[in-house]
Design a protein around this ligand. Structure first.
Ligand SMILES: [Cu+2]
Length: 417
């Protein structure tokens, strides 16, 4: 039987080699052809690697930029979002919740407030959702979205919908904007000003002055929605892009989730998902925030006039807040999922060259792009979507696996109940 199997294997392999060399002659390349010798798991299999039907699915849509959406086909989803200057606490519990102990000397480098250290509280600019165009009443954040922390409100839409963001800049002195990733926008809704040849009339989106309101209109063609390898919804983000590094270090980042056409409920959320989670992994560099001087004046005995302090490496390090959604050392609330439900977890990376993050779920595994993992990789502005069905009840660590970031507090807890 072994001999027979070997002969069969050799036979099919030699056919494969002949096919390959013939193909190589014709195409001038030596790459093996995908064909009858495709490896299926731990065995050879005979079916073609790519069927005609799957090839069809992978064709790029060459229709107009709005894909196959007809005008007025979808829903217009309106959001009232302001940039608000607020006091934010990276560690509101006042302890290291990962170990349920008081902050030790190493942890206090980042969170202890002293006469010349800001500590865990900072003035930041955050996107916050209001109920209407008067911007007089904040829309309450439900317990489901409590874990968003510093992130702005989640913008849900379905392919062929339109998104309207009425943005008010509530800053006293600073210009801000809303720049989206992924969705379709004209120049007056890009939220970023640069030398692009557009007229002055097209520039009110890029710099929204203090107290001003700008309405951004974004459409959601197919190319803004899930691709062939994506699940039924994917994550994008929006952020201020007047001075992108300083604006985002100050806190102005939020998530956009686009669901495939026909897969969303009335609120634009994916119908095949029970629970959505969003996590932003970034080292918020409060040294590069618009509010450094204000923070010094409010929380310490120092001011920005003390150049020696501002240039001190230890002071600079104390302002590198290694957070998940703006929380350090297990202070992030509301990360609760249920055993057996379909959880979709959206991951966002932001920052600079130190922002190489590897989110790791303890106790469970996730699926990304058809692959099983329990650690993901994020670079600045990475946007990734994973799925899982929790099967392991308990309180689990969800943290960045980069050693330096673990020490600096980029850790949280999630519960499977
Ligand atoms: Cu990290």
């Amino acid at each position: 039987m072994l001999i027979a199997l070997s002969v069969t294997l050799l036979g099919s392999l030699s056919v494969g080699l002949i096919q390959e060399s013939e193909a190589a002659k014709g195409q001038g390349v030596g790459l093996p052809q995908i064909g009858s010798n495709k490896v299926c798991g731990d065995r050879l299999c005979s079916e073609p690697a790519i069927s005609h039907s799957s090839q069809k699915e992978y064709q790029i849509d060459t229709t107009s930029q709005t894909g196959e959406c007809k005008s007025n086909e979808g829903t217009t989803r309106t959001f009232y979002i302001a940039a608000d200057e607020v006091e934010w606490d990276y560690a509101p519990l006042g302890l290291n919740q990962m170990k349920a102990h008081e902050f030790n000397e190493d942890e206090n480098v980042f969170v202890e407030n002293t006469p010349d250290r800001i500590g865990s509280k900072y003035i930041k600019a955050l996107y916050r959702e209001y109920t209407d165009e008067t911007f007089s009443k904040l829309k309450p954040r439900t317990s489901e979205w409590q874990h968003l922390g510093t992130l702005g409100p989640i913008i849900h839409a379905e392919v062929c919908d339109a998104i309207k963001v009425v943005f008010k800049n509530n800053s006293d002195e600073l210009n801000y904007s809303v720049h989206p990733h992924g969705v379709f926008y004209d120049k007056d809704s890009e939220g970023s000003e640069y030398n692009d040849g557009t007229s002055v009339n097209n520039r009110s989106d890029g710099i929204v002055a203090p107290g001003q309101i700008h309405t951004y209109n974004w459409s959601v063609p197919q190319r803004a929605g899930p691709g062939p390898n994506d699940p039924s919804s994917i994550v994008w983000m929006y952020h201020s892009h007047v001075d992108s590094p300083m604006d985002t270090n100050s806190g102005l980042v939020g998530p956009i989730v686009i669901t495939s056409k026909g897969m969303a409920d009335s609120t634009g959320r994916p119908m095949d998902v029970d629970r959505e989670m969003v996590s932003l992994f970034t080292v918020s560099d409060e040294n590069s925030s618009h509010y450094l001087c204000e923070n010094l004046e409010k929380f310490t005995d120092e001011t920005c006039d003390n150049e020696k302090l501002i240039e001190d490496d230890d002071f600079a390090e104390s302002n590198l807040m290694h957070g998940i959604n703006g929380y350090v050392y297990g202070n992030l609330p509301g990360q609760t999922v249920q055993k057996g439900e379909h959880v979709r977890w959206y991951l966002i990376g932001m920052g600079t060259e130190v922002d190489l993050h590897t989110p790791h779920w303890h106790g469970n595994t996730v699926l990304w792009n058809g692959m099983r993992v329990d650690v993901m990789e994020l670079m600045p502005a990475s946007l990734k979507t994973v799925d899982f069905i929790p099967d392991n009840v308990g309180t689990w660590m969800f943290h960045c696996h980069v050693n330096d970031h673990i020490s600096a507090g980029m850790m949280s807890l999630f519960k499977v109940i």
